[in-house]
Write a protein that binds this ligand. Sequence first.
Ligand code: NIG
Ligand code: FE
Length: 414
Amino acid sequence: MFTLLKSPSQIISVSTSGKNYKSGRNMNDIGVLENHSIVIENEIIKDIIPNNSNNKHSYDKIIDIKDKIILPGLVECHTHTAFAGSRANEFRQRLQGNSYEEIAKSGGGINTTVQAVRKLSLEELINLTKPRIDYFISQGITTLEIKSGYGLSYYDEIKILQAVNILKKNYLIDIIPTFLGAHTFPREYKNDHKKYIDIIISEQLPFIMKNKLAVFCDAFCEKTAFSPEQVDKIFTRASELGFKLKLHSDQFNSIGGIDIGIKHKVKSIDHLEVITDDDIRKITKTKIVSVLLPGVSFFLDYGFAPARKLIDNGAIVALSTDYNPGSSHIANLNLIMSIAALKMKMTIEETISAVTINAAKALDVNKKVGSIEIGKRADFAIFETKEYADIIYNVGKNLDCMTIKNGQVIYNKE
Ligand code: NIG
Ligand code: FE
């Protein structure tokens, strides 16, 4: 089956000439093509042809995208989408001057959401999560990572991952499950950290790998969560079992997480609001993706990650919503791109590389998706505008009018 995506006003290819990521100043090169159309064969990008070419091919389907622009399907590489309950009360407390960390220390925060998730059945959790995935798809997102981390018991972590895997089967987009049992210590192990880590290492990780319930193992390295030594233990076991790794680190305190991430060759280190200059030098010597989450700084009202320093030193930077009920109750990736531009001084082009090819690299799917290049998956986000700067300029407004995954239209605004 051949499909032609005909005559967009711009193709934002984010082409990498086979490199499949963009670092440093290269993030500004987003490969804009005009007067071209895209040929899809089944689920793959077959060709990108000039509009005036003498092309006699016959197509099974022609989608006219005149006066619209087309980007690679967006990649949302860090979310906690499968959550339950509301933290509006804690939001109110924060507005009255209590800090997020204080709330976490007094037993709220992540553990508030854990109590809510534990009350739900598998089916209830699936039903809560579905409309959130639909909302991501309506924004042009075709690859979506979802973490566990709000169960924090053998049974409840597996319940979340089962829910994510059922959703993965039922949706046409790529959903990538991540195990985040090391999100924080659950209340019942508040005074016995060793026991909880034992449960992760000897029960959760082996079961999850055996049943292929997660691709990644993630951990939160922070004073209120796991120490570098504890993360080291968990990652050592996770690697042995065959998990790919990613890490939450340097959100509030820089306590050695970057070294542990580098030691274990994680695919991405996420947050980095307080990363030191020394650690910037270390991370830019690796191919680890720096996933920045400016929605968190905005929502919790504290300093942003040093995006400029990272990029100017050659880092591979990605952006994500970190959609969750406590630190970034924001599911709008467009808004995140605009915040990144306005508050972290990223260029419009850098924000586009950060939600496409570099976000794909953070999930280790960058050979398949993240750019419009021949041979890659036919995943696209089509925006109702003639000029790509409009995406970031329209703060918080969703301009996506069509989402295509593996050559199939999965969302059409009309
Ligand atoms: O990425 N940093 C840790 N975890 C989440 C927050 C989760 C929550 O507050 O519920 C984050 O910001
Ligand atoms: Fe997170």
